[in-house]
Each structure stands twice: as C-alpha cells, then as structure tokens.
Design a protein. Structure first.
Length: 318
C-alpha cells in the first residue's frame, strides 16, 4: 500500500500541498516512481486499513448519537475551510496570536479528508490543551468536502463556525499553477510550455477550487449562512486589521487587541512572483467568467475591485 508520506510528497510535486482532498474522488499521476510492495503485503495493508476505517466510522456515529463512553471529546469550535492559495497560512499565523483563540500547532490537519479513516479521538488530541479557549484549525481542502461529510461534521460539532477566504479565481488558479508547475518542481516559469499551464488550469484539481459559490452553498445549506464567514484575499493587503476584526466578532472573541503582536503585514509562504500573463486570460475567463459573475451578484464591491484593478504581484498566499 502506498505510504501516506509518499502520497503527500506526490501532492506537493503536483502543487496540491496546501490542501488536496482525496475523499471526493480525485486521482492524480505521480511525478516519480513509488516502491512497489508485494501483493500479499498490499492485501494485508488493505485489510488493516478497512478495519481501522470501519472502527473510526462506528466511533464517529456513536459520538454523534451521544454514546460517549470515554466522555466528551474536545473538538474544534471553528474551521478555516479554504480556499487554497487565498492566504490561509497568513490567517493561521495571525489567529494564533489572539489570546482567546487556540490554533493547532500544525496547520492543515486534514482529518475530514485525508485522515478520515482514523479515530475521532486521535483528531481530538490536537485540541486537548485548548481549555476554555475558542479552538480551531485551518485545512483549505475542506472547502471541497461533499454534503454527506459536512453533515457528519455538523453532527459532531453542531455549534461550529467556518471561515472561507475567497480570491479572484483567475489569480488563484495562476498562483496554484506557479506553485505546482514551477516552485514545487524546481523550474522557472519561462521553462514551462504554455500548453502545460493550460492543462493545469483545466484540471479538476485546479478548476473546482475556484468555484466558490458551490462551496458556499454546500456548507451554508447544512450549517446555515450565518455560520460561514466569507472574506476576501484582497483585504489581507488592503485592511488586514479589519478582516481579522470581522473574524474575531464571528468567533465571539474580543476585538480589542494589541495589533503590534500580530504579523498582519508579513508575507507568509512566499511564492514565485510573476503577474498573470495576458495570453492566459482568455482560457481563465472561459473557466471562471460565470463564477465571477455569480460572485459579483453576491459580493458586488469585492468583485468590482477585481475588475477595476490590474493584476499585481503581491501575494501573501497560504
């Protein structure tokens, strides 16, 4: 059976290290050979994994139904559900500075996608030291979770609140492509053929991460619109204190903070700087034109700002 570390390294090579959900049917080609195990070892590993997954599923259902022989588990009060390349690493760094918030030391726990086959109590251990603080974690690929998985999350954490960062889908796709095709593979942008970029843009792994309205509707339909706070990547640059204050209010913690303790102006997880080439705008407009129009009907001011300014190179993306 494929080692989990090998899988994650493969994701990094493909540009998916900031959150790739394999729980929703994605497949991908490996960029390097993986050692093969014997058929017997693979079969035994599958059996062990199936048994562990079945036990984890039973544990989650029992906990959701109120059967808690070991007592209540400490689960998150909020989740940062995305999106990828929208500033979630910056967000994790800043929320970690609030005295009333507890952020897991590791960003992107991936329990509800990559590690859903593991026990709930193992996930809960990440929050064991939270005490009375408002606890949460940020995994951008949670944006893509299917309704059934979101309903299970609600049954486990009925009071949960969510945060979603949104970025111009065209800029987001270009940022992911720079990471996946250039930075993670040690290449310069000018070494990459245009058709490779276009194929990346059209890939399901990239395209659906820019379809924010689908994600917003999916999560809101299950938790309610008031539980999901939608914010915009541009405000990380333009007004980070205001963005964070909205999050503090959403999470019910004090907004009277010492801003000197927060790295609001830091660029975290620096990527390869390069503006979106004009030659790629037609294909990205084809992919995201309808989505940008839909976002514009919901968030007219934010989308008008996208359309009014030329694409820049500042990207405190996470």
């Amino acid at each position: 059976m494929l080692n989990r570390n090998f899988r994650h390294e493969a994701d990094l090579v493909r540009g998916e290290g900031d959150g790739r959900s394999r729980a929703v049917g994605e497949s991908f080609d490996l960029a390097f050979p993986i050692p093969r195990e014997s058929p017997v070892t693979q079969f035994q590993d599958r059996l062990r994994r199936a048994a562990a997954s079945a036990w984890a599923k039973l544990e989650r259902r029992a906990y959701a139904w109120g059967v808690r022989p070991g007592g209540a588990l400490r689960l998150p009060d909020f989740l940062g559900i995305g999106g990828q390349k929208t500033g979630t690493t910056w967000l994790h760094a800043n929320l970690s500075c609030h005295p009333d918030l507890f952020l897991t030391a590791q960003k992107e726990l991936h329990y509800f996608d990559w590690y859903y086959h593991t026990r709930l109590r193992d996930y809960a251990r990440h929050f064991a030291d939270a005490g009375d603080l408002v606890a949460g974690e940020i995994t951008p690929s949670y944006q893509l979770l299917p309704p059934r998985r979101i309903r299970m999350i609600k049954s486990l954490c009925p009071a949960l609140r969510m945060i979603l960062l949104v970025r111009n889908p065209m800029d987001r796709a270009w940022s992911q492509a720079r990471m996946g095709l250039a930075k993670n593979r040690g290449r310069r942008i000018d070494e990459i053929p245009d058709d490779e970029f276009v194929a990346f843009f059209r890939s399901r792994a990239s395209h659906r991460r820019g379809l924010y309205t689908e994600s917003i509707d999916r999560w809101s339909s299950i938790f309610g619109a008031d539980r999901l706070l939608v914010l915009f990547h541009d405000d990380i640059r333009n007004n980070p204190e205001s963005l964070l204050t909205r999050i503090f209010v959403h999470l019910g913690v004090s907004s009277d903070v010492d801003w000197s303790r927060f790295p609001t102006r830091d660029v975290i997880f620096q990527g390869i700087e390069a503006p979106l080439p004009e030659r790629f705008r037609p294909v990205l407009s084809e992919l995201y034109g309808a989505e940008i129009e839909a976002l514009g009907r919901r968030y007219p001011a934010a989308v008008a700002a996208w359309q009014a300014r030329e694409h820049g190179t500042f990207a405190p993306a996470g």
